[in-house]
Ligand binder design. Structure first.
Ligand code: PHE
Length: 339
């Protein structure tokens, strides 16, 4: 009798089925009310007492093996049925793929990089934690120079030689130290200034600065380059240069672009003047070239710098600069269709 049951166990273990109907038939044969397992159970009372223990164990084993077999076969077959019907049903709606959005800062930064790369500028980057030389001294801002106050600097710990860069001009110093002219490079990056945070200014923001150094580079080249940029970036070619001061450029200028006064928004953006200030620029001071190992008698160049955040706010009509760093998904999702 025990051998007979063990034979069944072996049969059950070897069983396999390709349809759910076969599995059901198998289940009824073994685990059904009049199935094999129950038959053996019924025999239990006729088994001599000394064999009852062994007999019970083997029958129980048959019972569990049969149940497990049914369950695993069923699961496997249901799985394949699922996949088959999903693949075969071409009318099922597609699974939506949730796409992310680029950050408005990245959108504007990429546009600027794209525009300048078309006229031969490459992209250079440098560290956000800088030393005094690259952020100030090499740029004609020696210690105690009053212009240092223009840029409220975050110093790291108590060491005044370690600071968070206040502009990406520091990258240009590094670039000049490590590359020979002709140089055409733009340096995008995050900068830090110790300013009170409000809707209009933040203690960190982003800049793109540009540098062009070669023989016989003139102010006219600078003006042409800026005009090319405003035309490509804003679709506006009318610019004006107002005399200004930066320690690292001489002469220096602020660049305004004529935005126009066609709509109410134009009025608001330009405070009724039609002009929008977009960047600072100038001819690189010969001292700066010399500080960076470039012969100022042989070479000249121009530099310019603009804030990406401000341009992003303008172009996308964003009312508060803090939105750019809050990571609110409702804000970010609005840029899905942008570049
Ligand atoms: N570095 C200046 C700033 O951060 C911008 C600038 C760059 C001005 C190059 C002139 C030339 O304000």
């Amino acid at each position: 009798m025990l051998d007979k049951i063990k034979e069944h166990i072996a049969k059950v273990e070897a069983f396999s089925a390709s349809t759910l109907e076969d599995v059901e038939a198998f289940r009824i044969k073994y685990s059904g009310r009049n199935g094999v397992v129950n038959d053996f159970m019924a025999e239990f009372r006729n088994v001599p007492n000394e064999l009852k223990k062994d007999y019970g164990q083997v029958v129980n084993k048959l019972k569990t093996v049969a149940l497990e077999k049914v369950n695993t076969l069923k699961e496997a077959l249901e799985d394949t049925n699922d996949t088959a019907s999903t693949i075969n049903d071409l009318s099922r709606p597609g699974e939506p793929i949730s796409i992310g959005a680029r950050h408005p800062i990245s959108i504007v930064k990429n546009q600027i990089i794209d525009i300048f790369s078309r006229i031969g500028f490459n992209v250079s980057e440098g560290p956000e934690i800088e030393d005094d030389w690259h952020n100030f001294t090499a740029l004609n801002l020696p210690e105690y120079h009053p212009a240092r106050d223009m840029q409220d600097t975050f110093f790291i710990q108590t060491n005044p030689d370690v600071l968070l860069r206040t502009h990406t001009s520091s990258v240009q110093v590094r670039y000049m130290e490590n590359n020979k002219p002709p140089i055409r490079t733009i340096s995008p990056g995050r900068v830090y200034r110790n300013e009170a945070i409000s809707g209009r200014s933040h203690c960190f923001f982003h800049q793109v600065e540009g540098l062009y150094i070669d023989k016989d580079v003139s102010f006219a080249d600078l003006k042409q380059t800026l005009q090319y940029f405003t035309t490509e970036m804003f679709g506006k070619s009318k610019i004006r240069l107002r005399p200004s001061y930066f320690p690292f450029t001489e002469p220096s200028a602020e660049v305004d672009v004529y935005w126009g006064l066609e709509t109410e928004t134009d009025y608001k953006m330009t405070k009724g003047t039609g002009w929008l200030e977009i960047m600072g620029c100038g001819m690189v001071d010969p001292n700066v070239l010399e500080n960076c190992g470039i012969d100022s008698k042989e070479y000249s160049g121009f530099a310019f710098g603009m804030g990406i955040d401000r341009i992003a706010l303008l172009l996308h009509q964003i009312s508060d600069i803090r939105m750019l760093s809050e990571n609110d998904i409702r804000f970010l999702e609005q840029f899905k269709s942008a570049l």
